[in-house]
Design a protein around this ligand. Structure first.
Ligand code: ADP
Ligand code: ZN
Length: 322
């Protein structure tokens, strides 16, 4: 019997793993949310989910994982496919790629969670049709993906643009930053936990008129200016929890225009509202992006026929893995 091709996706985060199985039309047949605990327990639950889904729907053709990092992504590296040194306790040097190659025995792709969300935006959201764009997340950390023709840019390893150092925002001199590696790099100053450490309350509890927002917007705009000068993408899509604060997009756009300072004719003609865009591929863009990468691993093509509605509305079963 010939099974229809099925694709597996995992969005591996610091608090939860979202796993799904989709068919050739991008309809998610099964999905589950697993709390991130120890690697053994978490990966065991993911294995159990795919075993259960396999029994129900048939074997996977391929799997793709979008994971928190840092990751080792150069195929010739001895630790290729592993998480490298992460502050997330117990998860350093976990061989994600090798684990799923062993347990599933099918082609497996690994990329950053940010790059998988960026692919989700390329296929279903604000990156559709764009030859070159950046996807930025300002959340628990700060991550950046750069896609050319929908394909994430990877050099000797994935970029780490969240860890660049920027000039201090006006009025922000004292806070030492929380990055365990660099202290006051961008992530150390402007990710959600940095805002909490600096102001003493979770970012979402800061009132709209608090000076925190102008400072955060200055740093995010500084990142956008840097990406613009180095890469000049068609668009920068900015997402993540911190951007949910009302007024963040207008604040970042205004601060970015000030930083670009009219430099270069092409920048002067920029439509800033379209350039700094909100993500629109939904909260599970990372999972849908991962599923699309699994599809591409087998077919060598992006599944342009997949539509976001199929992912959102056609979930037939919500599988619980105990
Ligand atoms: P993750 O990065 O883990 O995927 P999020 O993108 O949701 O998760 O980011 C979580 C961070 O965003 C937390 O530090 C939280 O304080 C912050 N956050 C969540 N909601 C808001 C909000 N409405 N305004 C500002 N910050 C928020
Ligand atoms: Zn850093």
């Amino acid at each position: 019997m010939v099974h229809p091709k099925l694709f597996g996706g995992v969005e591996a985060g610091g608090t939860k793993f979202l796993c799904g199985v989709a068919d050739e039309n991008g309809v998610i047949l099964d999905q589950v949310r697993i709390a991130t605990t120890t690697p053994a327990e978490t990966l065991g639950a993911v294995d159990a989910f795919f075993a259960q889904a396999g029994a129900r729907h048939g074997p996977l053709a391929a799997l793709s994982i979008g994971s928190f990092g840092p990751l080792s992504l150069r195929s010739t590296a001895p630790d290729y496919g592993s998480i490298t040194s992460t502050p997330k306790v117990g998860w350093s040097h976990v061989d994600l790629l090798g684990h799923f190659q062993r347990t599933l025995g099918v082609p497996v792709a690994l990329d950053t969670d940010v790059n998988c969300s960026a692919v989700g935006e390329y296929l279903f959201g604000s990156g559709q049709g764009l030859g070159a764009f950046c996807y930025v997340t300002i959340g628990t950390g700060i991550g950046v993906g750069h896609l050319l023709g929908g394909v994430p840019h990877t050099g000797a390893n994935h970029p780490e643009a969240g860890h660049i150092r920027l000039p201090r925002a006006p009025g922000d001199q004292a806070f030492e930053g929380i990055c365990p590696f660099h202290g006051d790099c961008l992530e150390g100053l402007a990710c959600g936990p940095a805002m909490q450490a600096r102001w003493g309350v979770p970012a979402e509890e800061l009132p709209p008129r608090h000076p925190a927002w102008a400072i955060a917007a200055d740093y995010i705009a500084g990142l956008c200016a840097t990406l613009t000068y180095i890469l000049r993408p068609d668009r920068i899509i900015v997402g993540g929890g911190v951007m949910q604060q009302a007024d963040m997009y207008p604040r970042v756009r205004t601060a970015l225009e000030a930083k670009l300072a009219g430099y270069d004719a092409s920048l002067r003609g920029l439509d800033i509202d379209a350039y700094v865009a909100e993500p629109t591929a939904g909260a599970s863009a990372g999972l849908t992006g991962a599923l699309a990468i699994a599809h591409r691993l087998i077919t060598r093509q992006w599944p342009m026929h997949w539509v976001l509605g199929a992912h959102q509305n056609s979930v037939s079963t919500l599988s619980k893995v105990s």
